[in-house]
Design a protein around this ligand. Structure first.
Ligand code: ATP
Ligand code: MG
Length: 263
């Protein structure tokens, strides 16, 4: 690829979220969060419990609606506010189309318990994308090989370890061929000895330049794999920066206190 093309690809904006506000009842959970993510970036979001990390991710993926702000995914507007006005969403059809650009991996895996590993992976491509079984099964098998679980193709989720379940969940998200992956604490439900295998899979995706936004308590992952780290507290971004600089020299007192407790 010529350099100019690579630079263009590099700076392509995948997620633009500007001034996101969200309340639950009288509780203001997001207070004007703004974030831009470009293609191939791996960004870690860290911060204390209740700071709004999951809510922010869920707003991007339209699992929650925002009150105010603008969300644009790969150039397509999902929601938009004029000035201080309430956010207006695009049509249901457009929301669904934009939603398919993103895959999400949850702390709790969310696999379908009554389906085998393979069936879990092919379900959405079959139903949502209308793909044919003979088309999606070889793809699903490739994804299983990629996450190191070919041998578990016909197993049911309750016969898998937590780490294996999470790798299936990642394969399932990838089966929809998303351009962006959102992770909400993908290793928090795992025994410590199982986090490594999931982080390794995520690191491989990062190496392949998948665009990833990862809420995590794994400071090692944030430091070594993420290009940029965002520290959220009290519903806003307190500080962000390139991972190395962020950990080497945090600027804000709240960041320092948080990192002091984590490391
Ligand atoms: N559906 C909801 N209804 C009411 N309040 C909610 C809802 N979802 C989240 N909240 C509140 O919003 C705040 C932020 O929650 P959120 O789950 O986004 O935090 P978080 O940073 O992900 O925390 P954690 O690290 O514990 O996962 C919390 O005070 C929470 O109680
Ligand atoms: Mg959370």
């Amino acid at each position: 690829m010529p350099n100019t093309m690579r630079d263009t690809a590099k700076s392509e904006v995948m997620i633009s979220a500007q001034g996101i506000h969200k309340s639950f009842g009288h509780v203001s959970v997001l207070r004007g969060v703004s974030l831009t993510l470009t293609r191939g970036e791996v960004v870690a979001i860290i911060g204390p419990s209740g700071s709004g990390k999951s809510t922010f991710l869920r707003c991007l993926n339209h699992l929650e609606t925002i009150d105010r702000g603008t969300i644009v995914i790969e150039g397509e507007v999902l929601a938009h506010s004029e000035g201080e006005g309430k956010a207006q969403y695009v049509s249901e059809a457009e929301i669904r189309k934009i939603g398919r650009k993103m895959g999400m991996v949850f702390q709790s895996f969310n696999l379908f318990p009554h389906m085998t590993v393979l069936e879990n992976i092919i379900e959405a491509p079959l139903i949502v994308k209308g793909m044919k079984r003979e088309e999606i099964i070889p793809k699903a098998e490739k994804l299983l090989a990629k996450v190191g679980l070919s041998a578990k193709r016909d197993a049911y989720p309750n016969h898998l370890s937590g780490g294996q379940k999470q790798r299936v969940a990642i394969a399932r998200a990838l089966a929809m061929e998303p351009d962006i992956l959102l992770f909400d604490e993908p290793t928090s439900a795992l025994d410590p000895e199982l986090t490594g295998e999931v982080l390794r899979t995520m690191r491989e995706l990062a190496d392949e330049h998948m665009t990833m936004l990862v809420v995590t308590h794994e400071m090692g992952f944030a430091r070594e794999v993420a290009n940029r780290v965002i520290f959220m507290d009290g519903g806003d971004i307190v500080e962000q920066g390139p991972s190395e600089a962020f950990f080497a020299a945090p600027q804000h007192e709240r960041t320092k206190a948080f990192l002091h407790n984590m490391l």
